[in-house]
Every structure is written in structure tokens, then in C-alpha cells.
Design a protein around this ligand. Sequence first.
Ligand code: HPA
Length: 276
Amino acid sequence: MQSSSTYYEKVAAAAAAIADSFGSVPDVGVILGTGLDGLSKAITVEKELSYSDIPGFPESTVQSHAGTLLLGTLAGRKIVAMQGRAHIYEGYSSKEVTLPIRALAACGIKTLIVSNASGGMNPAFRSGDIMLIEDHINLTGHNPLEGPNEDSWGPRFPDMSDPYPADLRAKARAVATELDIKLHEGVYISVVGPNLETRAEYRMLHKMGADVVGMSTVPEVIVANHMGVQVVAFSVITDECFPDTLQPISIEDVLAAAARASDPLSKMLKALLPRI
Ligand code: HPA
């Protein structure tokens, strides 16, 4: 059903533009969010494509997100990497935000490695720490699967019992242990933002069962799961969200904490890639 929908055509047009420019697309995609942007320097880039040259790709309006799709090699593995992403708080719908994931899945990626920045609510977490996302809560009030289902992409009611497959998480944990990098594991809750939370909201979100809170990732992961793409996701804790001792935080603080995690994250990713 719905093969002729406008959204389907938009995804197909984006996928065609990527395939035209890159030729064959590798089976691993990476979203270099806040915290992994530094990793782009480690990629041996063969080709790059500006989001503005891919029809339907939302352009990020956030200064820390570049907006370039890279084709290259990292740790001997061919990858396609999104340097930057769009967010719902920028005014994009969850369907627009996730169009790049749909397009990459249509191009044939089988694994998606995601990174993001988040506020840590688990009292054991510190700014600059990294958490492997074990599970998520969608609190955005949006769902990228709303509307008619495109059956050729995936089922109407996709299963979400293990959206970050346990075997991939085990590989990520093994890599962290080998490299002696501290890696937490826990639940990410997504909100729209863009304001950070009040003390009462952090208290509530933590009680709801989340360890960290952020403004991205969950729509992308829902779409990846819908299309049968397996996900492994790392969250960089950029601020400590403990209601009783909460301090004001600026975007500069967030970026500085993310930069501290860039090196260990890059090392883990390089070690993980050949095992995927
Ligand atoms: N809240 C929501 N999103 C975030 C935060 C936060 O405290 N830190 C980084 N992204």
C-alpha cells in the first residue's frame, strides 16, 4: 500500500541521489552527532555530498552539525557517515528528521551506529562519560511511523522488544573493556527540546525510568528498526542533571563535554567496526 505516496517518492529520490554520487553504498551507516564529529577526521573520505545536494535531506540549523554525507573507510571498513542531523525542535517533522535514515536503508545499510549528547540523570553518571543505549522511551509526542504504512519498508506494528540488539551491545561492551574505557549502559529518553529541563522535569524523567535525556535519536532508531536495520547507539553525557544540585548549563559547556568524549568514542568505534 501507499507505494505512490509523496514521502515514499521523496525517500526514493534521496536514495537515488546518494547512489548516483557514491556508486555502491556500504552496509554500515554512522550518525556523527554531537560528540562524534571529531571522528570524521579519522575517516579516509572518498566522496562527500552536502545535504543541500540531496533532495529531501533536512539541513541542520545547529552550528555544531555540519550537514555532509561522507563515503569513506574507517578501521578498514567502508562506511557512509552523516556528519550532523536534524532535530524536531528545529521545526522539522519526525518524518523529515528520519528521511536520511530511510534513504540510507533504501541504499542498503544493514547497521546504523548512532551517537548523541545527553543530560545524565543517573547519579552515577558524570559529564564526559559515555553510555551505551540499552533501551529508549519516546517522549517526543511524535512518531515517524504515523500515517499509512509503506509495507515494502516494514510492518505496520514493528516490534520494539530489543531496538538496540543485545548481541551488538555485547560487542560494544567487550570493546570498552578491552580498551579500558568506562562505558555505562542504560535508558535514553527523548524529548523535543530545545530548552533544557526544569528540576521538576529531570526528577520526573528519572522516575519514569530513564538514565539520560536528549533531543534526538529515538525517531531515527524507530525508523531503522522499522526497516530492519540494526542499531548500536552511544550517548555522551554532557551535563549532570541532578535536581537538587542543578547548575545552569550553556551550549559551550555541552560542546566541551562532548569534545572530551570524542577520543574514547572514536577508539571504541574503530575497534567495533571490524566486528560488525
Ligand atoms: N536535556 C536534554 N537534552 C540534552 C541535555 C539535557 O540536559 N544535555 C544534552 N542534551
